[in-house]
Design a protein around this ligand. Structure first.
Ligand code: SAH
Ligand code: SF4
Ligand code: F3S
Length: 476
């Protein structure tokens, strides 16, 4: 490859291998060359995908600011442009590829460094395409290689060559990376990295590696520090929080971790994402025990049909899923439940799709993220021959969403005329005269109020229900 230094390229095969987890407590070192280079220069980061990527971008910001770069409010004034990508579905990737293509116009105008990081950088096919066709990309950096950003940047600048560093089979946890958080009152805290579930449709275990739980002591310390800094909300993050601690030498459960974090007296705690296979009912008991754990559970269903669930490699059936929901609703009647559902898995029959609808009707979700199945190269499902037309998939997708919308609206009606505590996030994006925030059950409410309430917890009475948000008024 001309003009490129390729340290490592991704390998889906290596990504499947389990390595011993090593926790690295060392800090990053910045050379005087790089500090000098960064003087007066700015960076801009685009983030796609899930909360794991948003948290990684906070670390990218931390590293770049430690080098000496300042944030740029717009891309046109940035000297370093980093795109933190998502690979979960094809349409997400196409959007990013378009974005990378657009950067060429900036590169032609001035000397900038373009860095591609995140989950797309972990795919063999994608990295080959980036190297071959996107010559204006300077650095490709894998999800396990974040700490190497300063070294790779220096190498690129000194040698004037493109640099590719993507390791697939890492077992590292970096505890001392700097970060600049996006919010001064809401924080994400990773409890585990990667995923061991290997659902047959999903690319995440390949892009994020095998599951690695952080030491509970490190998590509690991070949470304590956030409390000291005045944070009001912590969301514990993992691709599958319920299996937290199963890989630790001294076994530890998520229920125990949640209980410990709740004792720190943070006003609001929530967690993402649960997996029905690993979910223990003890988690519901801990949620009930602590007022500061939000009455909100995101429990992905994916499909309501047992045969499809088996083909998806989800390791639970509809009965098990419903038994969790039944227990949760009995113990916490005001619990709000959300989910992820995929329609159009290869060869999904109409009767199987109807089983999903049946289950959806039984649960009465408060919100749902719905997706049309997207084949991901290298996953087992991508090799399955599919005889269902895209048009049928779209029809099912629409039908599912009609039912979900109806349910959400019915659930929201029950909130009318009740007052709830609301953490005020900011000014509403759609109406600049309104504030917006979230109820304890994670629903969005818009209401009139002074901007100095942003970052505070207030009482709001619900006056109007819409499908995706509520309207309310401040209670004095
Ligand atoms: N760890 C989480 C989130 C994974 S990605 C979990 O297990 O729930 C978020 C969602 O994207 C998944 O829940 C799934 O519904 C969806 N998804 C993943 N791969 C997909 C694919 N190939 N096509 C369509 N949707 C997919
Ligand atoms: Fe993907 Fe399944 Fe892991 Fe979720 S649990 S990240 S859907 S492999
Ligand atoms: Fe996307 Fe990677 Fe998250 S594929 S959903 S950014 S783990």
């Amino acid at each position: 490859m001309p003009n490129a230094i390729i340290h490592h390229c991704p390998s889906l095969k290596l990504a499947r291998e389990r390595k011993e987890t090593i926790t690295d407590y060392s800090s990053i070192k910045i050379s005087s060359f790089l500090s000098k280079y960064a003087k007066g220069k700015k960076y801009y980061i685009y983030t796609h995908g899930c909360q794991a990527n948003y948290r990684d971008s906070e670390i990218f910001k931390g590293i770049l600011e430690e080098v000496g770069f300042k944030p740029s409010i717009d891309i046109d004034h940035a000297n370093i442009i980093l795109i933190n990508t998502c690979a979960v579905r094809e349409n997400a990737e196409n959007k990013v590829l378009g974005e990378i293509g657009n950067l060429k116009r900036l590169k032609n105008k001035k000397d900038i460094t373009i860095i591609i990081a995140g989950c797309m950088a972990m795919e063999e096919v994608m990295v080959n395409e980036l190297i071959k066709t996107f010559h204006h990309v300077d650095i490709i950096l894998g999800t396990h290689d974040i700490a190497k950003l300063p070294d790779l940047l220096e190498e690129h600048l000194k040698k004037d060559k493109r640099v590719i560093e993507v390791n697939s089979g890492s077992g590292y946890i970096h505890e001392r990376l700097p970060s600049v958080r996006d919010s001064i009152f809401k924080a994400f805290v990773n409890i585990a990295y990667g995923c061991d579930k290997f659902c047959t449709y999903c690319i995440v275990p390949y892009t994020r590696g095998r599951e690695r739980s952080r030491d509970p002591k490190d998590i509690i310390k991070e949470c304590k520090d956030l409390v000291k800094q005045g944070y009001l909300e912590i969301t514990l993050l993992g691709q599958n929080v319920d299996s937290y601690g199963k890989d630790l030498k001294k076994k530890y459960s998520f229920a125990k971790l949640l209980d410990e974090v709740a004792k720190l007296k943070i006003p609001r705690i929530s967690f993402l994402t649960s997996h029905p296979y690993d979910f223990s009912l003890e988690i519901i008991d801990v949620m009930k025990k602590h007022k500061n754990i939000q009455p909100y559970l995101h429990l992905p269903l994916q499909s309501g049909d047992d045969k499809i669930l088996k083909l998806m490699g989800r390791k639970y059936d509809s009965k098990k899923y419903l038994s969790i929901i039944k227990y949760a609703k009995r113990v916490m009647p005001n619990l709000s439940i959300s989910t992820d559902i995929i329609v159009g898995f290869p060869n999904e029959k109409d009767s199987q799709f109807k089983n999903t609808l049946k289950l959806v009707k039984a649960v009465k979700y408060d919100s749902a993220f719905t997706f049309i199945y997207s084949p991901r190269s290298g996953t087992p499902a991508a090799k399955m021959k599919d005889n269902i037309s895209y048009q049928t998939k779209v029809q099912r997708f629409k039908k599912l969403n009609e039912i979900l919308k109806q349910q959400m609206s019915e659930n929201n009606k029950k909130l009318l005329n009740h007052a709830f505590s609301v953490l005020v996030d900011g000014v509403s994006k759609t109406d600049k005269t309104m504030l917006t925030g979230r109820l304890p059950n994670n629903k969005i409410v818009n209401f009139k109020g002074n901007k100095n309430l942003i970052g505070k917890i207030v009482k709001v009475k619900i006056n109007e229900e819409h499908i995706y948000f509520l309207m309310g008024s401040l209670e004095k």
